[in-house]
Design a protein around this ligand. Structure first.
Ligand code: CP
Length: 359
């Protein structure tokens, strides 16, 4: 039985197949309208969401299945102190597949280790958001006709922007990808992405301090919102919130076929005047998310039918402690701390749940 916790749980071939399925669904939705008849999807959302939760719901309904769940933790027994592990065990009794968004990094992984049905990570803290990446990949592919040989510019909150982390990881497995990082100094990319992905894989990247500096070379501009909910205090957010705002004027040196993405919601980082630019693809991106989620539900349910065994955990050591206060181990006191060797050459161990480096 497979789950989707991080985007690299799937091979490039599997991502390609998911995109093929999504494109086939777009071409002939009727063919898929009863594929999940009798199946139930549970949405466990401990954080707010518009696109992810509702596109999963729409996806399951369009496949002929049904949906149950909660959209905020106060309406679940999490407020009484129920653990992520117990919640996953219980929801496995009621649904065939679980979709979890959680403010704690690694929570969907914990769910996947305790559920008896597939679990999909719908965003965990500032860590990962693999199904957004599925939407991003399909959008890039439909706009550019390829996922290789592209210069991708990431702009905004690269520290807490989990969609950026997942997309960089996904694209690291394609060839000829150049990365441009455009972020305030306090919101640069975490080391587990910069060192373990970009540097380890020898992917060319550069950091610039303004959109204009790199605009002319970018094929895909990925704008992001500052993740206000993850800032330690509001003063810091107020200082940084207007750092990068995309306006029509800033696009004057951009390629004519550049594509502008944003996982949404936006606050002010893309002026609404940009929406009429044919390069603006962020609303199509949200729609593509529904088709990719349909393809994903089909894949995971089919694989669960073929093999109900949970995948094995990687080798880990349990004599280190994670000090990331956003990690699920910080609140789920009974969880065993687990660290895996991610860089043999430098002896780097990272938390299995949130990928923080062991100190
Ligand atoms: N892109 C995205 O995750 O949007 P929601 O937070 O609305 O789900």
């Amino acid at each position: 039985m497979r789950s989707l916790i991080g985007i690299n749980d799937f091979s490039v071939e599997e991502l390609d197949t998911l995109m093929e399925t999504a494109i086939d669904i777009i071409a002939d939705p009727k063919k898929y309208s009863e594929k999940c008849k009798g199946k139930k999807l549970a949405t466990l959302f401990f954080e707010p969401s518009t696109r992810t939760r509702l596109s999963f719901e729409a996806a399951m309904y369009e496949l002929g299945g049904s949906v149950l769940g909660f959209s905020e933790p106060n309406s679940s027994s999490a407020v009484k102190g129920e653990s992520v592990a117990d919640t996953a065990k219980i929801l496995s009794c009621y649904a065939d597949i679980l979709v979890m968004r959680h403010f704690k990094e690694g929570a969907p992984y914990v769910a996947s280790r305790n559920a008896t049905v597939p679990v999909i990570n719908a965003g965990d803290g500032g860590h990962n958001h693999p199904t957004q990446t599925l939407a991003d990949l399909l959008t890039i592919y439909r706009c550019k006709g390829r996922l290789n040989d592209l210069t991708i510019g990431y702009c905004g909150d690269l520290k807490y922007g989990r969609t950026v982390h997942s997309l960089i990881s996904a694209l690291s497995r394609y060839t000829g990808i150049k990365t441009v990082l455009i972020a305030p100094e306090k919101l640069t990319l975490p080391s587990y992405i910069r060192q373990d992905v970009l540097e380890k894989k020898g992917m060319p990247y550069k950091q610039v301090s303004s959109l204009e500096e790199a605009m002319g070379e970018i094929d895909v501009l990925y704008m992001t919102r500052l993740q206000r909910e993850r800032f330690a205090n509001d003063d810091e957010y107020e200082c940084l919130k207007n750092s990068f705002i995309l306006t029509p004027d800033k696009l004057k040196d951009a390629k004519k076929d550049m594509c502008i993405l944003h996982p949404l919601p936006r606050v002010n980082e893309i002026s609404v005047a940009v929406d009429d630019d044919p390069r603006a693809k962020y609303f199509e991106q949200a729609l593509n998310g529904k088709y990719m989620r349909m393809a994903l539900i089909l894949k995971l349910l089919k694989e669960a039918e073929e093999n109900s065994e949970r995948e094995e955990e990687p080798q880990y050591r349990d004599d280190l402690r994670c000090d990331n206060f956003r990690c699920v181990t910080a609140t789920e006191q009974e969880l065993q701390h687990k660290f895996v060797l991610t860089d043999e050459e430098n002896g780097v161990y990272r938390c299995l749940y949130c990928e923080s480096k062991a100190r």
